[in-house]
Design a protein around this ligand. Structure first.
Ligand code: NOJ
Length: 744
């Protein structure tokens, strides 16, 4: 449709119809085109359903075609509905969780994962995905760190933009086959809830918000994301969903977002609980004034907007503005010409879980694993020589997709056991479960899925299982202990105050270490954990996160060395909960601690743990070693408009081919406000054969040095900068240059 046809359609619509476009129904609100019991309880009528502009969480080409046909028949202007869903790390083919994708440091791979997710979901009738989540995270207690790409503004920006490109295509032609509209979330600051408790209060200074939290949102907006979702939290005492300044001035004004703004699930209603609205009507008024176009899964807009207009409290133009945005999105998706878009059963059959998609998922998983420790080069395993006991609750466990994989079937997942058996049929292997993923009796709240069957429900059975595992370990040269967090212990609503492994798993680890010290822990889960015990007892630790459909194949190939690990941590691992928040890009204190406990009573430190994380951002090993030359700079002074090239020579000094992620960090040594001790500003991956070396070069321009200065102006300040280039955020390989502003 032409733009003017959309405006003409809008002019013909009744007020009810316009408001209907702003009303979104979740799957459980409708059955056979009518309001269900739960919907009716909320006061939603069949007439409301008839006018709903969008639908949430229904998938499947056949079903969506039927619903769409029925809906358009009944709708006075035959306007098609939008179908939206959380396609987070894949649809049926599941990729590693976003935090793991962050660890690939490979935006092209992440873009490909998103494009495959889009292709599958589009074939199943979906138009909009609620991804990327660009929330910066610094607190591993928060369950949703699994859905973020980590703690770094620069890396998150690269990843959020890559995901938008993947879903929408580089040209942002949403009507094209296999494309979804991307919804950036959760604007703003959702990743910083106090105490790591989901939905909790967020207090961020404007400078921290803008320098650290905004860049990844901005990158997704710049990449052209079609929608943005408001966050549940209050940000500096104002709930985002009612925050007019944040949405209209910052998001639309400063950040130039002109797409559809949707609330998070019933977040308009939550304005009442936040205490900024006395009742539903006021909540509706605040949200629409703030510019929230669609009210997700709640009846507030449909119940109150009309009355607000009729009572003269709300100008109809505000509703029209929002309705127009929704209609424009439908038009961009081509729904007026083709209301079913890509929904096609034959395509579903061909695409979902096809070989090419599985292979991409496996590659992505392989690149996301982070080798945290590898004493005595215990890994890789020897196919011929080693007898290996695979023990632990994740050895033969298909629940390895992450809590957002709500449309995937766990039965499609490859376990470690089957990955090893299929890829290495001649290897000498033994298997034993050892203990369950959770302690007997621990409550796991399943999220839309039946919980994992408990293999052990009593202390006695646990004892027997551990003893059996110990005997298996005794008969092996090496033990691969597959431990970790149950997938429902991360994700939405899954905050934790303790970050240790369950006690049954720690017992298993300790008992086995008494009989066989050659332990490699393969660690599953959705967040950085307290790994002190694992480190004490294991020679190797391989973090595999929640690796998705192809997890077992990827793990087997890494363990046996056909693929070398290359992932790097996108989020620091704390020593323990008490160290949180811990992130590499912190400010200095006035009393930086030198490390000498005897002399420095009043240095900024803990008495019982170091200041540094257990494993730092950017860290990760592989099966070979790399040596870096000193940093060399093409010039020592930088003027605006010029480029300095900072380079190092990287040499593979080991015996195997390997991939190194070379990282560049910058530090502004003196500025009008305190600046982070270092910030990632570039990275690149190089694959080198033994003894091979290469020069890696990073351009540095003035715009990389900007920040919000003492007057909140976004600019750079002249002075001395340090440039670090190395394998992780703890590198001390550095040089210095001076930024000189030219006199205008
Ligand atoms: C609530 C979550 O916060 C959001 O991320 C998700 O997209 C919506 N529910 C829809 O499921």
């Amino acid at each position: 449709m032409q733009e003017k046809e959309i405006t003409s359609l809008l002019s013909q619509m009744s007020l009810e119809e316009k408001i209907g476009e702003l009303f979104q129904i979740p799957a459980y609100f409708i059955a056979d085109g009518n309001a269900t019991g739960p919907a009716a309880e909320l006061g939603i009528t069949d007439d409301d359903i008839r006018l709903a502009g969008s639908c949430l969480s229904i998938t499947g080409a056949k079903k969506i075609r039927e619903i769409q046909r029925d809906h358009m028949e009944k709708h006075p202007h035959h306007i098609p509905m939008l179908f939206m869903a959380d396609i987070i790390n894949g649809y049926h083919t599941v990729f590693p969780i976003p935090l793991a994708q962050g660890c690939t440091f490979n935006p092209a791979l992440v873009e490909k994962a998103a494009s495959i997710a889009a292709r599958e979901a589009a074939a199943a009738g979906i138009h909009v995905t609620f991804s990327p989540m660009a929330d910066l995270v610094r607190d591993a207690r928060w369950g949703r760190v699994m859905e973020s790409t980590g703690e770094d503004p620069y890396l998150n920006s690269q990843m959020s933009a890559a995901m938008v490109r993947g879903y929408q295509g580089v040209k942002n032609k949403l009507a094209e086959k296999g494309k979804l509209a991307a919804c950036l979330k959760h604007f703003a600051g959702y990743g910083a809830p106090q105490g790591g408790r989901d939905y909790n209060t967020v207090e961020l200074s404007d400078r921290t918000l803008r320098d650290d939290y905004m860049p990844a949102y901005q990158a997704a907006v710049k990449a052209g994301c079609a929608l943005v979702m408001t966050s549940f939290n209050t940000l500096n005492r104002i709930p985002s969903t009612g925050n007019r300044h944040l949405m209209r001035d910052v998001l639309r004004g400063e950040m130039c977002f002109n797409g559809v703004l949707i609330s998070d699930w019933a977040a308009v209603n939550e304005l009442i609980f936040h205490g900024i609205a006395a009742d539903e009507k006021e909540a509706a008024l605040l949200a629409i004034r703030a510019g929230v176009d669609i009210d997700m899964a709640s009846p507030i807009y449909i119940k109150h907007l009309k009355q607000l207009v009729e009572q003269g409290m709300l100008p109809e133009e505000l509703i029209e503005e929002s309705t127009l945005r929704v209609l424009t999105l439908k038009n961009r998706l081509g729904l007026f010409e083709n209301p079913y878009k890509d929904a096609n059963e034959k395509d579903e059959q061909e695409l979902l879980l096809c070989e090419a998609h599985r292979e991409a998922a496996r590659k992505c998983a392989e690149e996301s694993f982070v080798l945290l420790k590898n004493e005595d080069s215990i890994l890789p395993l020897h196919k011929e020589n080693d007898t290996v006991a695979f023990i632990g609750p994740f050895t033969d466990n298909q629940f390895i997709c992450g809590s957002w994989s709500i449309f995937a079937d766990d039965a499609d997942c490859v376990t470690v056991k089957s990955g090893v058996q299929e890829n290495y049929p001649c290897s000498k292997v033994l298997f034993s479960d050892g203990c369950p993923t959770t302690d007997p009796g621990e409550i796991i709240q399943g999220f839309q899925k039946s919980p994992e069957k408990e293999i052990i429900d009593s202390d006695l059975k646990l004892e027997q299982a551990i003893q059996e595992a110990v005997q298996t370990a005794a008969a092996a040269d090496k033990v691969v202990l597959c431990l970790g967090e149950h997938r429902e212990l991360t994700g939405e609503g899954a905050s934790r105050a303790s970050l240790t492994l369950p006690s049954c798993q720690l017992r298993l680890l300790k008992e086995i270490s008494r009989i066989n010290p050659n332990i490699c822990v393969v660690l599953f889960g959705g967040r950085p954990l307290d790994l002190r015990e694992a480190d004490r007892h294991a020679k190797a630790i391989l973090e595999v996160w929640l690796p998705g459909t192809e997890g077992g194949n990827a793990i087997a190939r890494i363990l046996y060395g056909d693929i070398s690990p290359s992932g790097r941590l996108a989020m620091s691992f704390p020593w323990c909960v008490g160290q949180i928040p811990v992130h590499y890009n912190h400010m200095n204190t006035g009393r930086p601690f030198s490390g000498d406990f005897r002399l420095e009573r009043f240095g900024s430190k803990y008495l019982d743990i170091p200041n540094e994380p257990f494993y730092a951002f950017g860290y990760g090993l592989t099966y070979t070693t790399f040596v870096y030359s000193a940093v060399s700079l093409s010039q020592n002074r930088l003027q605006t408009g010029e480029t300095i090239f900072a380079s190092v020579r990287v040499t593979n000094t080991g015996k195997r081919t390997g991939t190194e992620t070379v990282q560049m960090y910058l530090h502004d040594t003196a500025a009008s406000v305190a600046r982070p001790v270092r910030e990632l500003k570039g990275f690149t991956k190089v694959t080198l054969n033994p003894e091979e070396s290469t020069k890696v070069c990073f351009p540095i321009t003035e715009d990389l040095l900007r920040f919000h200065d003492i007057n909140m102006e976004y600019k750079s300040e002249p002075g001395i900068f340090e440039v670090f280039i190395g394998p992780d955020s703890a590198t001390n390989n550095k040089a210095e240059f001076e930024l000189c502003h030219s006199i205008k």
